[in-house]
Design a protein around this ligand. Structure first.
Ligand code: IDP
Ligand code: MG
Length: 160
């Protein structure tokens, strides 16, 4: 089903994506955004942002008992990130495939992590792991709840 002409009550799936501080510092912002753009998903929100510690802890709260948690919070707050909301049918699972495995050495070539990173602790990008977490993370980071409502001229050439 396409978002164009879909009834307003039908919710279109959204994924929350972060270009982590290493991705920003290494000049990979354009490259990473390009992967999602070229695939054909719709960009609904984007910001360059220095993440405070409490937000990072809330975002990664499911991992709070893991040994690497303090280092993960230091990493994600170590410099600006670019955070985004991307929309489309199946975007959550597809974005996870585009991103690749958590450990970049195990990520397939052709994926973002497989092509652009070498260590789990510097794996460049975050993507929601379920549609529900997509909603939770977008609500958490886009505090005012405002995503940009627009339609791409490409949509009829992407979705029949
Ligand atoms: P994901 O980002 O592929 O969903 P998660 O298991 O949800 O992976 O972990 C979140 C993030 O925490 C990872 O992307 C990575 O930055 C970091 N992380 C996960 N496991 C480790 C580890 O064993 N050492 C260091 N950092 C880790
Ligand atoms: Mg995860």
């Amino acid at each position: 089903a396409s978002s164009v002409g879909a009834p307003a009550y039908l919710e279109v799936e959204q994924s929350y994506i972060i270009i982590k501080p290493d991705g920003v510092q290494r000049g990979l912002v354009g490259e990473i955004i390009s992967r999602f753009e070229k695939k054909g998903f719709l960009l609904k929100g984007l910001k360059l942002f220095q993440c405070p510690k409490d937000l990072a802890q809330e975002h990664y709260k499911d991992l709070k008992d893991r040994p690497f948690f303090p280092k993960l919070i230091d990493y994600i707050t170590s410099g600006p990130v670019v955070y985004m909301a991307w929309e489309g049918d199946g975007v959550v699972a597809s974005a996870r495939k585009l991103i690749g495995a958590t450990n970049p050495l195990q990520a397939e070539p052709g994926t973002i992590r497989g092509d652009l990173a070498v260590q789990t602790g510097r794996n460049g990008v975050h993507g929601s792991d379920s549609p529900d977490n997509g909603k939770r993370e977008i609500a958490l980071w886009f505090k005012d709840g405002k995503l940009c409502q627009w339609e791409s001229v490409q949509t009829p050439w992407l979705i029949e």
